[in-house]
Design a protein around this ligand. Structure first.
Ligand SMILES: *[C@@H]1O[C@H](CO)[C@@H](O)[C@H](O)[C@H]1NC(C)=O
Ligand SMILES: *[C@@H]1O[C@H](CO)[C@@H](O)[C@H](O)[C@H]1NC(C)=O
Ligand SMILES: *[C@@H]1O[C@H](CO)[C@@H](O)[C@H](O)[C@H]1NC(C)=O
Ligand SMILES: *[C@@H]1O[C@H](CO)[C@@H](O)[C@H](O)[C@H]1NC(C)=O
Ligand SMILES: [Zn+2]
Length: 505
């Protein structure tokens, strides 16, 4: 159940509820306002001056201890949704903001989420085990969690249409090319046609791992394999050969509830908000101190320092849950906004992974001709900051891998910065940023070693100051920033390959 009404302005509520019920907040608000009005108006330099490495370090130590709350259940620290480490993180965020007093209106938004766990899998096609085979995330198990047997049957086209499935697919293992529609759609189509398992093969170089996304009752056990492994089978099937095969997946997909935390300044124009977010959850494999502990803690630190100032426009912070399962929290949040509430969000800034050890200063390459107008102005705010400080930066794809996705798909300008995940640092980037060529930006990405020692504090402080700068700039004024027009995204007709950290198609 969502409790989002708490961020509606008091005025809107007062027309809906009886006078006595609003007396409490009406008495409290002017008092809080009076106090806030005595504070100096926010400036970028003033809030940046309050950002220190020491405060960030203290938060990182606290967050790691919170991740250790999961030790009993998981045998290692983690903050994955549903774990004690994630519940502890949500408590920590809530209580940190609550301790700041009257400056913010805090709300919890609880929503349904799915969690998956894959225990074991095996795929045998003919007499061979394709090396690249992997079970897709959120796949259901094979029947009774036991191996199933049947011939491999080639599906026509990309398997996005029910008519692509031949009638002898019933009782068979569907062999489907990647492309055009999501893995989840292919799995459901194969399930509807009566297949007992599905194998999606890559249409480009390399192995294929992804997620089925939102569960469907039609989903069947689904694997991904590389283009290279698939080629010999495709040729044999086209020549009419029968390839008897077996598939086995032991997995669970469970429903749970989890919570977004939203904090909005009581001060500032409530009709024009600058919004920013980071995700509060980690993957199950580790404590997620960089991903996205850094975004979570940066937002907390900026929210804490913002209290020293008066703002002209409202500032809304969000800590999303379920990002790692496919942007569940931010998707849910945006889906629950009325058109009126959507239009109050002038822009959304995403902060995910700000201190990768082998970092690059990365700016999402958002553009006004494909993204909601204003996205490019935000992009230019980040690059201007790096230029002013004589720091190098690179543009990275704005391709749906983090929580900005629902915003830009619903007409809200968006953007953000990051320092890199599993991408490989080039020689040129080593000249630009230092570090090690040929290695991941974050060698501990989605692993147990994503702990305090995995943070680059130099990058983290620079980026936290930049986050503070972005908040201060728009909290002071939207002068020169495009007005919101519509809740429809301007373009981006093509579906993105990602919706969250994993491939969806
Ligand atoms: C919101 O969540 C926090 C953190 O888990 C909890 O302490 C608080 O009681 C919750 N508030 C409401 C109104 O549910
Ligand atoms: C299934 O039917 C197709 C023709 O629609 C045929 O090419 C293929 O060999 C059949 N496969 C099996 C296992 O019977
Ligand atoms: C495939 O399995 C069927 C049914 O078990 C069997 O009749 C057939 O001979 C097998 N074909 C091959 C090529 O192994
Ligand atoms: C920026 O990159 C250039 C090489 O492209 C390098 O010479 C310069 O030192 C870099 N600046 C910083 C601050 O690292
Ligand atoms: Zn992340």
């Amino acid at each position: 159940m969502a409790i989002m009404n708490r961020i509606l302005p008091i005025l809107a509520l007062s027309s809906l509820v009886s006078a006595s019920a609003v007396q409490q907040p009406l008495q409290k608000i002017p008092e809080a306002q009076a106090l806030i009005n005595t504070k100096p108006l926010i400036t970028s330099d003033a809030i940046q001056d309050l950002i220190t490495s020491k405060n960030l370090m203290k938060r990182a130590e606290e967050l790691y201890k919170i991740a250790e709350l999961s030790l009993d259940e998981y045998n290692h620290p983690t903050r994955v949704i549903g774990s004690p480490g994630h519940l502890g993180t949500v408590d920590y965020i809530y209580s940190t903001i609550a301790e700041l007093g009257d400056y913010y209106e805090i709300s919890n938004q609880t929503f349904p989420a799915v969690m998956g766990n894959i225990f074991e899998y095996r795929l045998v096609l003919g007499n061979h085990v394709p090396n690249s085979a992997s079970a897709m995330s959120l796949t259901p198990p094979t029947k009774n969690k036991e191996p199933v047997f049947g011939p491999l049957v080639l599906v026509a086209n990309d398997g996005c249409d029910e008519s692509d499935y031949p009638s002898n697919i019933t009782g068979s293992i569907a062999f489907i090319r990647r492309g055009t529609c999501a893995f989840g759609d292919k799995s459901a189509n194969a399930g509807k046609a009566g297949a007992i398992a599905a194998v999606v093969y890559n249409n480009m170089k390399g192995s294929l791992s992804g997620t089925l996304g939102e569960p469907s009752k039609y989903h069947i056990a689904t694997f991904g394999i590389s283009d290279q492994d698939a080629q010999p089978y495709i040729r044999e099937l086209q020549a009419g050969k029968i390839i008897n095969s077996s598939a086995y997946i032991d997995s669970i997909v469970t429903k749970t509830g989890t919570t977004n935390i939203i904090a909005q300044t009581k001060g500032g124009d409530q009709e024009n908000c600058v919004m920013l977010g980071g995700h509060s959850d980690s993957v199950a494999e580790g404590p997620g101190i960089n991903d996205d502990g850094t975004g979570t803690m940066t937002l907390l630190e900026v929210a804490t320092q913002l209290v020293n100032f008066k703002v002209n426009n409202c500032v809304r912070f969000a800590w999303w849950a379920g990002e790692e399962e496919g942007l569940l929290g931010s998707d849910y949040y945006v889906s629950q906004l009325s058109e009126k509430e959507n239009m109050k969000i002038r822009l959304f800034m995403d902060y995910d992974m700000l201190a990768s050890p082998n970092f690059a200063y990365q700016v999402y390459d958002a553009r006004d001709n494909v993204n909601p107008v204003g996205s490019e102005e935000l992009r230019d705010l980040y690059t201007a900051y790096y230029e002013k400080h004589e720091l190098n930066y690179t543009y990275i794809a704005f391709d749906g891998r983090s929580d900005y996705d629902a915003f830009i798909k619903n007409g809200i300008p968006g953007g953000g910065i990051a320092t890199g995940a599993e991408g490989i640092k080039t020689k040129e980037e080593v000249e630009m940023f230092g570090g090690t060529a040929g290695q991941w930006y974050d060698p501990c990405y989605h692993q147990l070693c994503d702990d305090i020692s995995n943070l680059n504090f130099e990058a983290w402080v620079v980026n936290t100051k930049l986050v503070a700068h972005s908040v201060a700039t728009y909290a002071e004024s939207f002068k020169g920033f495009p007005k919101r027009t519509s809740i429809m995204a301007s373009a981006q007709q093509e579906r993105s390959l990602y919706h969250g950290p994993q491939l969806v198609m």
